[in-house]
Write a protein that binds this ligand. Sequence first.
Ligand SMILES: Nc1ncnc2c1ncn2[C@@H]1O[C@H](COP(=O)(O)OP(=O)(O)OP(=O)(O)O)[C@@H](O)[C@H]1O
Ligand SMILES: [Mg+2]
Length: 150
Amino acid sequence: MATSQRIAVYPGSFDPLTNGHVDIIRRGARLFDRIVVAILVNEQKTPMFTTEDRVAMVREAFAGEPSVGVEMFDGLLVEFAARHGAGAIVRGLRAVSDFEYEFQMALMNRRLDARVETVFMMPAAEYSYISSRLVKEVVMVGGSVTGLVP
Ligand SMILES: Nc1ncnc2c1ncn2[C@@H]1O[C@H](COP(=O)(O)OP(=O)(O)OP(=O)(O)O)[C@@H](O)[C@H]1O
Ligand SMILES: [Mg+2]
């Protein structure tokens, strides 16, 4: 792989992948040569979908798009980024409510490895209210999520 490639990682739980995530991945794919979706394996939230299912969803949504990769990840994000030759972490910002947590994470990751830059992107307005949690809540009470997930 050419070292001049610009690679980004996009970490999250993606439980499940939503059209908000898809929007951010597409924007990232335009900005970077390669974007690796990094699916968190161990986390505090108990996921609804297995890691394998979450990987498969991303694979299916981006089949035939070689610039989008997907991997499982566990442990320190900056180490995952270094292993994949990524100089950037992509994160999505929906509203001011995302800001505080994202700000803390970005500065902590910078402290852990100053070579990795966090890049924030805003989704299209029609996706700005979507979260995996809300999608799951709607499905669980029998509502339709058509148009909100791939
Ligand atoms: N609709 C969206 N538009 C833009 N960015 C988003 C959207 N949903 C999630 N993101 C971003 O994607 C990244 C991964 O988020 P995560 O996997 O936590 O998704 P989530 O939808 O917030 O899930 P949960 O509801 O479980 O927290 C984060 O940077 C988050 O801000
Ligand atoms: Mg979230």
